[in-house]
Write a protein that binds this ligand. Structure first.
Ligand SMILES: NC(=O)C1=CN([C@@H]2O[C@H](COP(=O)(O)OP(=O)(O)OC[C@H]3O[C@@H](n4cnc5c(N)ncnc54)[C@H](OP(=O)(O)O)[C@@H]3O)[C@@H](O)[C@H]2O)C=CC1
Ligand SMILES: Cc1cn([C@H]2C[C@H](O)[C@@H](COP(=O)(O)OP(=O)(O)O[C@H]3O[C@@H](C)C(=O)[C@@H](O)[C@H]3O)O2)c(=O)[nH]c1=O
Ligand SMILES: [Mg+2]
Length: 299
């Protein structure tokens, strides 16, 4: 069986990929200790040792606010490393599957973003991810860049888990209601990745190389998402300090953060669905699955 190398094995998406890709080949999942993306020699050593047919790169510097004051590390991991992976892939006839973000856009568009819309990142994280995309495209090899949004999962840290914790600790909570997007589960991203890798393994797949939007369907605000979480958890008889009435919608201006985030994070996924003949579920489905798996402690 041919080798698939997965980076960031301990991340939300990296963890789920180990499950979803297992049937496709010999999956080598690398943690930061085994392959440090901030170190070119470490990347090249791992690639030469395993000589993968497909490189899947979910590893990233994802601490959006911290990146504002740690640009060097964010750029190394999110901008330089994807270029190194892409050049190796191009030189060795491998495919690179890479992930990017809604934060490459400025969020001023009225409709959902399509792949050809102009990027205009507003944060160091968004800028670093955009430069990573550009490095992958310019390496000239076969690649899939999957832009996703608002990722959560059972494994790892995310907004869903933060809200679950805060709802158990606090009797009131303010959450921004003027940033809109689609919460997307790591499991969905991993399952779609399996489908697209199966497809690119067939002959004549080179014309599928390119950039695609991949998010769950529908959209909500961070406040709407938090309200859904609180309602779903309450429906499972978990005792919360927070009631739904005490979860207040606020404008972004009332929640100052180091990094600026887009107001519109909606991604139009038509190109992916048509190109790979697949459908994507409503965002609520995956949220309920993860809440069920987390089984928050009942009182
Ligand atoms: N999380 C989100 O909301 C979104 C994520 N994305 C993109 O999706 C992809 C997957 O994200 P997600 O799974 O949530 O990310 P996580 O933050 O859950 O995981 C990222 C992984 O990258 C690893 N990593 C960080 N720095 C290095 C390094 N120098 N060398 C090797 N590994 C490193 C981390 O390792 P360690 O465990 O050691 O810290 C971690 O395991 C990323 O490309 C991200 O930009 C896109 C939109 C939304
Ligand atoms: C915890 C909390 C957050 N917020 C706001 C802050 C922010 O605007 C929004 C989301 O907060 P977070 O910091 O959890 O989300 P953030 O880290 O910005 O999430 C982003 O991560 C990167 C990696 C991506 O690529 C994006 O797609 C997106 O998922 O909610 C509140 O208003 N109240 C709260 O209690
Ligand atoms: Mg975050």
């Amino acid at each position: 069986m041919s080798t698939i190398l997965v980076t960031g094995a301990n991340g939300q998406v990296g963890f789920e990929l180990q499950r979803s890709l297992a049937a496709l080949g010999d999956v080598v999942a690398m943690t930061r200790g085994e392959m440090d993306l901030a170190n070119e020699a470490s990347i090249l050593l791992a690639l030469q040792a395993h000589r993968p047919r497909v490189i899947v790169n979910p590893a990233a510097y994802t601490a959006v606010d911290r990146a504002e004051s740690d640009a060097e590390q964010a750029m190394a991991v999110n901008a330089a490393a994807p270029g190194i992976l892409a050049r190796w892939a191009a030189d060795n006839g491998a495919w690179l599957v890479h992930y990017s973000t809604d934060y490459v856009f400025d969020g001023t568009k009225a409709d959902a973003y399509v792949e050809s819309d102009t990027a205009n990142p507003q944060s160091v994280y968004g800028e670093s991810k955009w430069l990573g995309e550009e490095a992958v495209r310019s390496a000239g090899g076969r690649h899939l860049i999957l832009r996703t949004s608002w990722v959560y999962g059972h494994h790892g840290n995310n907004f869903l888990k933060t809200i679950l914790r805060l709802a158990q600790e606090r009797s009131s909570l303010n959450v921004v209601a003027d940033q809109v997007g689609a919460p997307t589960s790591a499991a969905l991203i991993a399952d779609v990745t399996r489908t697209v890798i199966e497809r690119i393994a067939r002959p004549d797949a080179s014309d599928l190389s390119g950039t695609y939007h991949l998010s769950a369907q529908g959209n909500t605000s961070w406040h709407g998402y938090a309200a859904h979480i609180v309602r779903q958890v309450s429906a499972r008889d978990v005792k919360l300090a927070l009631t739904i009435d005490a979860l207040k919608p606020i404008p972004t201006a009332e929640y100052p953060t180091p990094a600026k985030r887009p107001h519109n994070s909606r991604l139009d996924c038509t190109k992916l669905m048509d190109g790979f003949d697949l459908s994507l579920p409503a965002w609520q489905e995956g949220v309920e699955d993860v809440i069920d798996r987390l089984k928050p402690s009942t009182h």
